[in-house]
Design a protein around this ligand. Structure first.
Ligand code: NAP
Length: 322
């Protein structure tokens, strides 16, 4: 049983694939983990996968599944072996001594070992109109909001895999999808590029950035400014207007690690540093997994893999600590 004084063997921060896989392994190791799974800060409990409609590349689902279904299965599976959940955001952590203290809302808990799986959130452009029209035509999730843009023209900004995936997906609803990319070549994988290039409903505007999003109650268009041709991001001052009913951001992510600033080593983008190939952070007993560490692979299956490693590292740490 968990210690009645509120000390757990393992507390896991984050309820996405990394956190839930860590929970499954920790629970099966009799560590009775508590998952503080987080609430709506850039996405519902369950992390970014909750915003992913079709998941076709998670092994074991020959016909594919959806993000919410996959999360529900993972959550139930971890619960079956003794995981408990708090649906709250962790607000404060004290990692200066063990057991580590975690505050979430009006509750606190102490942890002999802590696993961080807080994920990442979509990056924003930070241009006029973006905040004001967020949810009124501005979105970072085509799979969640695409349906609302039937027969409208939409703009997707970005040149990576997400932008290609979102653009292609949005053609199911929109009359035309225009991808605006700040350079003249994409960083997306070839297969996703080709899929978008082949789609007659996807157009590309190269060497341009969005400088403003227009609309009173809903998005009506954007202002674009050209950048110098090629890989230069230097702006030319030449602008144009593009009308659209929807505007989708697909320009990468920011790790949810501000809680650990000054407490754990991280890189200049805020991704937590770990002792590869382990999940050990610079504080013994604190382990990090998933997108809070990974700025490259960012897949549900890679997040799940590091969650598994974090639980095994925590188990080893606790047995060594006696
Ligand atoms: P990403 O690869 O980091 O691409 C972000 C894109 O946004 C880049 O093209 C970047 O331009 C552009 N960008 C960044 N900041 C910008 C700004 N302020 N203004 C305009 N454009 C901006 O992010 P992602 O597409 O979200 O992918 C992240 C990771 O997840 C990748 O490793 C990707 O392979 C993976 N992923 C995989 C799949 C899949 O396999 N099905 C699907 C989605 C994502 P530059 O190119 O000029 O830097």
């Amino acid at each position: 049983m968990p210690d009645p004084n509120g000390t757990r063997k393992v507390v896991i921060l984050g309820g996405g694939p990394a956190g839930l896989t860590a929970a499954l392994y920790a629970a099966r190791g009799n560590l009775e983990p508590l998952v503080i799974e987080g609430v709506e800060k850039g996405g519902p409990t369950g992390g970014q996968l909750m915003l992913t409609e079709e998941v076709e590349n998670y092994p074991g689902f020959a016909e594919g599944t959806t993000g919410p279904e996959l999360i529900e299965e993972m959550r139930d599976q971890a619960e079956r072996f003794g995981t408990s959940y708090w649906t709250e955001d962790a607000d404060e952590v004290d990692l200066s001594e063990r057991p580590f203290r975690v505050v979430a809302g009006d509750r606190e808990v102490f942890a002999q070992a802590l696993i961080i799986a807080t994920g990442a959130r979509p990056r924003r452009l930070e241009v006029p109109g973006e905040d004001r029209l967020w949810g009124s035509g501005v979105s970072a999730c085509a799979t969640c909001d695409g349906f609302f843009f039937q027969d409208q023209d939409v703009v997707v900004v970005g040149g990576g895999d997400s932008a290609m995936e979102e653009a292609t997906f949005l053609t199911k609803f929109a009359s035309k999808v225009t991808v605006v990319h700040r350079r003249d070549n994409l960083r997306a994988s070839k297969i996703l590029q080709e899929r978008a290039f082949k789609n007659d409903d996807v157009e590309f505007i190269w060497d341009a950035v969005v400088t403003e999003i227009h609309g009173d109650d809903r998005v009506t268009g954007v202002t674009l400014e050209n950048t110098e041709p090629g890989d230069s991001l230097e702006r030319t001052g030449e602008t144009r207007e593009l009308s659209c009913g929807g505007f989708f951001l697909a320009i990468g992510h920011i790790p949810n690690t501000s809680l650990f600033e000054g407490k754990l080593d991280m890189d200049d983008q805020g991704y937590l540093n770990v002792e590869h190939p382990s999940t050990k952070t610079n504080v013994p007993g604190v382990f990090a997994s998933g997108d809070s560490v990974d700025n490259f692979y960012r897949q549900a299956v890679t997040a799940a893999g590091t969650g598994c490693r974090a639980a095994m590292d925590a188990e080893q740490f606790l047995s060594d600590a006696g």
